[in-house]
Design a protein. Sequence first.
Length: 259
Amino acid sequence: MLCDMTPPDSLTRMTATPSWLVGLFALLVAALLSIQSGHTEDTTEEETPGQLSVVELFSSQACGACPPAVELLQEIAQRPDVLALSWSVNYFDHDSWQDTLAKPAFGARQRRYNIQHGIPGVRTPQMVIGGQVDIVGAKPDEVKAALARAGIKSRPIHVKHTAEGISFDLPASDTIRRGTVTLVHFWDEVSVDIAAGENQGKTMTYRHAVMDIKPIGIWDGSAQHFSLSAADLCDHGNALLVQDEDSGAIIFAALIRRP
């Protein structure tokens, strides 16, 4: 489906090929090869690069220190082992200036991380890696070190596509008792002309700019099966995150491409 949220007037969709279109092309090629071999399959499994490091940037268009962090996220998003997400927060908004990408839920997500990690208050720019490591600002060396830490990567989710939608299974765990399963919708890449504030006159390009976040369910540590209809997915970009509810650590993650 086309998500019910369209980019604001100040946004311009970039010309980079959306991830779902890449996935569509791959599936079409696979279908043609299958037909040539004399058979077809009703179910396809999402190809995954393996374990992913989820890097989340919390920033604001009103934050003068944020542009370097936004650029750093664009850079590390090119890595095949990284799932980058850009969350715009609204707690710097006022009557004459509002962040065009922000939602209250995004700032709430950042606050939840900081409570879990024992960090007072909120600030921008802040990167959270793997739901575990917090980095203030755009610090490439610290990001590189965090991405190299043992246990920072999430396990892959093997997603199966059917005509009705997608499904996936989470295995039993001896250590996790309660995990949140979340679907994230994002634009692949957008640019914003900043009209006011400390970044007035700048054009900022956001990679994987989050547009919405939706709870899917709770993983209780037992083997569980989940399914989503095609209508639950966004035509722009989707990510699945499974997180330890207590620590915030991201246990499983996947980038979803619509067939």
